[in-house]
Ligand binder design. Structure first.
Ligand code: SF4
Length: 496
């Protein structure tokens, strides 16, 4: 059965010759880097849970290509139920890891490439779709983790790709050969990029005629010649090197371990190219990817918030405030916001519809509304967590103060709240809350899957304002009523 174990995932990463830079230094083995290991451990949970019988239904699916049981992270959405199960999987994984588990970008990129390769073939007479299906079989058979690489550096934001002073500001084809293409450029913010097997490169913005070199979708092995990764910093990441209570998230990462991936004239063979110059289809490709990914946030952030709410509720016990009615009400407010976004994600999925290729798309208005709410609710939930946990989140001493024989007893004595709980517990909870409401976490909620304005543009387009105006006109001025009722206004009109 094509389901990797967590151990096989780690060993498969070890076998790759990934060129990675962490903290400005080249690392020989990403698996042995203490800054990357928590992110690898997070992804390992996605592999582990697929083997548990109680999670089989949400963590695995039947391949529409082979009929085999595969990981849901390599599946093409075949129904609205598949979309709902995906959101359920994300909430589950969010609850288990309390952070971003990274594989969803690759999954949505996989689905976007599947759908668009079909549509391009239909319109242009190309043969991308069969090529992509062959690649998809490999991904499913090997249970690969894909990094979906969408976001270009973009350079000057007021200029198009073809207008940039540096033409490499967007990934582009720099050479066409009989057996493939050579690409150059970089993609930023790649969630899980550094610990993926493959990079699925897609254009990140709509293109126009004349920009054919930027219309490239292809799959590149993470250790291909010319590929390198630069790991991003996260709030408090170097605390992971210190040990003790101060780490916050000792087992799992804070968000997704984002990395910059650079393509230094990377050769991509023809069989790994799924779009090459068809600029007219790129807008749809970006729309498909973004819409699926925006709905996700109601699932993964829902699970993350479950953990944060749990940590905050436990903190109120440690502080001795848990029986206070105002405290309980603030916890309810956190729950309310969390369940609202989850419900929208489930709704967007339940109302999914078939694309021309037969795979399923979430309902776009709801999907964008999910992400728009996330850009607010994650901040609001974090604000309430800060409110309930107290100011010591920002002022607590580091663990070394507790261990210092001169001052340790004093620090411990004056940081003990409810004596039923050890002060270490207060610190551990505080550090976790600190990390999960940090700048890195908040910014990811704000800009991941597109910045807030990107969702608002889609929402306005989907809102059919003219139809709403017509609805208002009909309700206010309509005449289609049951005869004989003394309706105000109408009665006067009749008697006049
Ligand atoms: Fe998945 Fe959420 Fe992370 Fe995106 S932010 S990769 S949807 S867990």
């Amino acid at each position: 059965m094509p389901l990797k174990t967590p151990e096989e995932y780690v060993e498969s990463l070890r076998a790759l010759q990934i060129r990675a830079y962490v903290g400005g230094e080249r690392v020989d083995s990403i698996v042995d880097s203490p800054l990357i290991a928590p992110h690898i451990n997070t992804v390992a949970k996605t592999y582990e849970l697929a083997h548990r019988p109680e999670h089989r239904d949400v963590m695995t699916a039947e391949s529409h290509l082979t009929g085999e049981r595969i990981h849901r992270y390599t599946h093409i959405f075949q129904s609205a139920d598949d979309l709902v199960k995906k959101i359920q999987m994300l909430r589950l994984l969010g609850q288990v890891t309390g952070t971003c588990f990274q594989r969803c970008v690759g999954l949505d990129a996989l689905n976007a490439a599947y759908a668009i390769s079909y549509e391009v073939d239909q319109a242009e007479g190309t043969d991308y779709h069969q090529r992509f299906k062959t690649y998809l079989e490999l991904v499913q058979r090997e249970d690969l983790m894909l990094a979906g690489a969408m976001t270009d550096p973009k350079g000057h934001r007021g200029k198009r790709p073809s207008e940039q002073a540096d033409p490499d500001a967007f990934v582009r084809v720099v050479e066409r050969r009989p057996d493939g293409v050579v690409i150059r450029g970089a993609k930023l913010h790649n969630t899980g990029g550094i610990n993926s097997h493959e990079v699925l490169v897609l254009p990140g913005t709509g293109l126009i005629p004349g920009e054919e070199d930027y219309a490239i979708a292809c799959a590149v092995p993470a250790d291909a010649d010319g590929v390198l990764f630069v790991f991003g910093r996260q709030s408090n990441d170097s605390r992971k090197l210190e040990g003790g209570c101060d780490i916050g998230n000792p087992r799992f990462g804070v968000v997704g371990g984002e990395a910059m991936v650079v393509f230094e004239d990377v050769f991509v063979p023809t069989e790994r190219i799924f779009l090459n110059g068809e600029v007219g289809h790129v807008g749809t490709l970006v729309h498909y990817f973004a819409t699926w990914h925006r709905a996700n946030y109601g699932g993964c952030k829902g699970g993350n918030a479950d953990v944060l709410i749990g940590a905050t509720a436990k903190m109120t016990k440690v502080l001795g405030t848990d029986r206070n009615a105002v405290v309980k009400d603030k916890l309810v407010e956190m729950i309310h916001m969390n369940e609202t976004t989850y419900a929208s994600a489930i709704g967007a999925s339940a109302m999914g519809y078939a694309l021309p290729c037969g795979s399923f798309m979430v309902e776009p208005m709801m999907a964008n509304t999910v992400k728009q709410n996330i850009t607010r609710n994650v901040y609001q939930i974090g604000r309430l967590s800060h409110d309930l946990a107290g100011g010591f989140l920002a002022t607590m001493p580091d663990e070394k103060a507790f261990e210092n024989p001169e001052i340790g007893d004093l620090v411990r004595k004056y940081h003990t709240a409810n004596p039923d709980y050890d002060v270490d517990e207060r610190i551990r909870l505080g550090r976790y809350i600190e990390n999960m409401t940090s700048v890195t976490t908040m910014v990811e909620a704000m800009h991941g899957a597109g910045s807030p304005q990107a969702q608002r543009i889609v929402m306005l387009g989907q809102a059919a304002i003219d139809e709403k105006i017509a609805m208002a006109d009909e309700v206010i001025n309509g005449t289609d009523d049951v005869p004989g009722l003394p309706l105000p206004g109408k009665a006067a009109a009749r008697s006049a």
